[in-house]
Ligand binder design. Structure first.
Ligand code: AMP
Ligand code: ZN
Length: 114
């Protein structure tokens, strides 16, 4: 998708601070971090929202959560705790329409979220 910010990061057309990548996923630091660790785990393939997933994407989404758990462990937050979030559409505050799993760690996180 030529006008998608995250597709541009994936293509190397705009910079991202990469912390993980494999054949299907990349993960990079959020530009406006909301916690000491705030990483976005993003599939290389453009998928606009969770509403666009199909059963064929089940393994891909599972791998996004496993990547998040691995990064949380790498940073020492596996036992302390961390949060993983997908925002979908307007009321949830989705601003980039290429699915991404937020990984937040390193501080106490309130519940319910705002
Ligand atoms: P969401 O509101 O769930 O769609 O999340 C989009 C996230 O992308 C926000 O947390 C932004 O801070 C983050 N973001 C926007 N532009 C960039 C960028 N160029 N590099 C890294 N993160 C970005
Ligand atoms: Zn995209």
């Amino acid at each position: 998708m030529s006008d998608c910010l995250f597709c541009k990061i994936i293509a190397g057309q705009i910079p991202g601070q990469l912390v993980f990548q494999d054949d299907d996923l990349i993960a990079f630091k959020d530009i406006n971090p909301q916690a000491p660790l705030h990483v976005l785990i993003v599939p290389r393939r453009h998928i606009a929202t969770l509403n666009d997933l199909t059963p064929a994407d089940d393994a891909l989404v599972g791998s996004m959560f496993r990547a998040a758990a691995g990064l949380a462990r790498e940073h020492g937050y596996a036992d302390r705790g961390y949060r993983t979030v997908f925002n979908t559409n307007g009321e949830a505050g989705q601003t980039v329409f290429h699915i991404h799993l937020h990984l937040l760690g390193g501080r106490a996180l309130a519940w319910p979220p705002g």
